[in-house]
Design a protein. Structure first.
Length: 283
């Protein structure tokens, strides 16, 4: 069961400057971390990009935010897109905190700083010094590669290199249709003010499906919702509003998680919190 979210490359289209755009992306990464999102996909919306902060900027800042702080300098160095990285809020992801338990321990990211003889490597994983670890059989690593470390104790240090996906939030660029077509996409939801209103009754059924199958939720951009991005017609309703009917675009449901909204515009980062919070409830 996985949780994935989709945000457009035009996500920062209304930002007045790079600092504001960076801060906005920080809140997106923060929401994804709080609600244990596994994958954050940036899908193309080139018609909505302003030219200043395109998909490359959005992808770079989000990937930087998802990188553990102790690895950021080694992985990213100095880049123009990261000029205001200092305004990003700390994520403090639980997968990056280590463990003092006597159990299997927690996983965290490390970066290989040196490859030595006899299947041993030195890895920077945020401890006081890089640690020397054995490379598991049939696993090949190279200098500069990011790897997964399982730490069972920090005093004294007990850790091992494991052949597992990197822990924490994964940020990728992909087409919306490709993300919705993944075998583990689960319940595919389009978040839109023109979708069905989320009610207590509907949530009870939906929460059970999400808990068992996982979910992929797509969001729009400021002043450019999913219907505009996807070229979908919004039909008028009797109450003067609008409604989008489910289509063959790969979504199982169009959902409005902020019914009767008090502001004309719900920002994407606000919609993330409003949508992921109820979907994280257990049935």
């Amino acid at each position: 069961m996985t949780v994935s979210i989709l945000v457009p490359s035009s996500l920062t289209r209304e930002a007045e400057d790079k600092r504001e755009a960076t801060r906005k992306l920080g809140y997106v990464a923060r929401a994804a971390t709080i609600f244990r999102v596994d994958r954050l996909f940036v899908y193309p919306d080139r018609d909505g990009e302003t030219g200043r902060f395109d998909g490359g900027f959005v992808n770079t800042v989000l990937r930087y935010a998802a990188t553990p702080p102790y690895l950021r300098n080694e992985v990213w160095g100095m880049r123009d897109e990261l000029e205001y990285a200092g305004v990003l809020p700390p994520l403090r992801a639980t997968t990056q905190t280590g463990s003092e338990s006597n159990g299997s321990g927690s996983t965290r990211q490390g970066i290989v700083t040196e490859v030595g003889p006899d299947q041993r490597v030195r890895v920077n994983c945020g401890l006081q010094h890089p640690i020397s670890l054995n490379v598991p059989p049939k696993m090949a690593v190279s200098e500069g590669e990011r790897v997964t470390i399982r730490i069972s104790s920090r005093r004294p240090v007990r850790a091992k290199l494991v052949d597992e996906p990197l822990p924490g939030l994964s940020v990728e660029r992909t087409d919306l249709s490709a993300a919705l077509g993944r075998e583990d996409a689960g319940v595919c939801i389009a978040s839109s003010r023109y979708g069905e209103e989320l009610t207590v009754g509907r949530l009870e059924t939906l929460a059970g499906r999400v808990e068992s199958d996982g979910t992929t939720v797509a969001f729009g951009a400021p002043e450019r919702g999913l219907p505009d991005i996807l070229g979908i017609e919004v039909s008028s309703t009797d109450d003067g509003g609008g409604r989008v009917e489910p289509s063959d675009l790969g979504f199982d449901l169009w959902l409005n998680t902020v019914p009767n909204q008090g502001s004309k515009v719900v920002r994407t980062e606000e919609a993330l919190f409003a949508t992921l919070a109820p979907l994280s409830l257990r049935a």
